[in-house]
Design a protein around this ligand. Structure first.
Ligand code: PGA
Length: 257
């Protein structure tokens, strides 16, 4: 379903995969298979592949994004890349922040996620802000509390105007890369609660206009039923986005809704 401001998006997250040659082949295939329609399409690729990917999609509606950015513009932060670098060196306008793999393996906290979001916004980037609960948290019945806290902390000091540049991705940690997808009901229920929290933090109009994606083992087989839910405006797709044919099919499914 589209959101209240008529947006829908399928975003791919390649994680730490692919190379230049595969990137060129991928986009040649994807562009050839891309159905006409209003569903926005983005691929968040590893930093070194951004220039190749950008060149490959030039003149199409496909956007290229990054998978993280640092909260400072520059400084002694070995291994990090700033939002300013993404904007100025790569000329991109989209970045994922707060992915559960960053939280799980690289010590990201709600506070660092908040800093990274602010830095990205300061550079004019649109942010795909990821939230989601672990299996234990779902079994304990605290999903909405966990996701609520991630939203409140992650969006701290983000203004109403800035919120218009934030896309929320609800990704249950137990569904990422596991082949276990949340049922459409589970995804819809939590995403409805995401919108409720955004309405509390901002207002009903902002909440209805926020683009909210589902992520976690979304693929060609389950995309249509997930996207037919009222509050799900698209997907953040990992594994299935690495296959141009499958991802193109998912975009077509979104366009047909
Ligand atoms: P998956 O990953 O589709 O491979 O489960 C989703 C994500 O991590 O964004």
């Amino acid at each position: 379903m589209k959101n209240a401001i008529n947006r829908q998006m399928m975003a791919g997250n390649w994680k730490m995969n692919s190379n230049s040659e595969q990137t060129r082949e991928y986009f040649e295939q994807l562009i050839g298979l891309l159905s006409a329609g209003e569903c926005e399409v983005a691929l968040c690729v590893p930093y070194p592949l951004i220039p190749t990917a950008k060149e490959a999609v030039a003149g199409t509606r496909i956007r290229i994004g990054a998978q993280n950015c640092h909260w400072e513009e520059s400084g002694a932060f070995t291994g990090e890349v700033s939002a300013k670098m993404l904007a100025e060196e790569y000329g991109i306008d989209l970045v994922i922040v707060g992915h559960s793999e960053r939280r799980q393996y690289f010590g990201e906290t709600d506070e660092t996620v908040n800093g990274r979001i602010k830095a990205a916004l300061a550079q004019g980037l649109e942010v795909i802000f990821c939230v989601g609960e672990s299996l234990q948290q779902r079994e304990d019945g605290v999903t909405n509390d966990v996701v609520g806290a991630q939203l409140r902390e992650g969006l701290k000091d983000i203004t109403v105007e800035q919120m218009k540049k934030i896309i929320v991705a609800y990704e249950p940690v137990w569904a990422i890369g596991t082949g276990k997808t949340a049922t459409p009901d589970q995804a819809q229920e939590t995403i409805a609660s995401v919108r409720k929290i955004v309405a509390e933090l901002y207002d009903a109009e902002i909440a209805a206009g926020t683009l909210v994606l589902y992520g976690g083992s979304m693929n060609g087989g389950n995309v249509a039923e997930l996207l037919s839910e009222a509050d799900i405006n698209g997907g953040l797709v990992g594994g299935a986005s690495l296959k141009a044919e499958e991802f193109a099919g998912m975009i077509t499914a979104a366009n047909e809704l």
